[in-house]
Design a protein around this ligand. Structure first.
Ligand code: NKO
Length: 203
């Protein structure tokens, strides 16, 4: 029981570190939430003109989530239910950080981080889907939504255990990511979503 409490709270806290917001505030003295899409994720940091900070945001958001799952695996080796619940806690921390009034990112980089630690072949498949959609459409948001939708299938295929908690965890991560992209979905349907590499801010 102790390992559950420790893993889930450490994962939430790690996940809730808003690296995109912190890096842009520290180095560019701007509030990333007030530019472009207003998101604190790597895409919007790059969109704001801070390429280096954007890549750092991607790596740090991915890394914090990866570490959260590694800690769970160390605390309770072989407990896959706990590892998946911890993955959910890390993504929830990123999307709903207490520090930013529970208004955080969209969970894309952190989902990739947790799946790299949970079942890396599934992460590579999800990443491939993401890359194909970005190359074809240049919509990062659409790539994130489609990658998130395929995530439970790849994860189900590659996981060593298929308990109810594991499956519910995968579906929850997908639902959280797609739900957080509701404004992007509206813009995609309206034809006003900004494409990666274009200067237009996607409000
Ligand atoms: O600002 O609303 P926006 O247009 O920024 O952002 C939409 C975007 C938000 O997500 C991010 C995260 C960083 C994406 C950088 C892509 C680098 C490669 C990572 C691939 C992840 C694929 C796995 C997806 C799992 C669901 O969507």
């Amino acid at each position: 029981m102790n390992s559950w409490i420790i893993s889930l709270s450490v994962a939430y806290l790690l996940g809730s570190i808003p690296f995109g917001y912190l890096l842009v505030r520290t180095f560019n003295h701007q509030d990333i939430r007030k530019t472009g899409s207003g998101n604190i994720g790597a895409t919007n940091v790059i969109r704001s003109g801070a390429k280096g900070l954007g890549f750092a945001t991607l790596l740090l958001d991915l890394g914090k989530a990866f570490c959260a799952v590694l800690i769970a695996k160390k605390l309770a080796p072989g407990n896959y239910d706990l590892a998946v619940a911890t993955a959910v806690a890390a993504v929830v921390g990123h999307i709903y950080p207490v520090w930013l009034g529970f208004r955080g990112g969209k969970g894309v980089a952190s989902a990739l981080g947790v799946f790299l630690a949970l079942t890396w072949p599934s992460a590579l498949c999800i990443l491939s889907v993401f890359i194909v959609v970005v190359v074809l459409t240049r919509f990062v948001s659409l790539a994130s939504i489609i990658a998130a939708a395929t995530l439970p299938f790849f994860a189900y295929f590659f996981v060593p255990e298929r308990s109810a908690i594991v499956i519910a965890g995968f579906l929850l991560i997908t639902a959280l990511i797609i739900g957080k992209h509701h404004q992007n979905i509206r813009r995609l349907l309206a034809g006003t979503e900004s494409r990666f590499g274009s200067r237009k801010a996607g409000n």
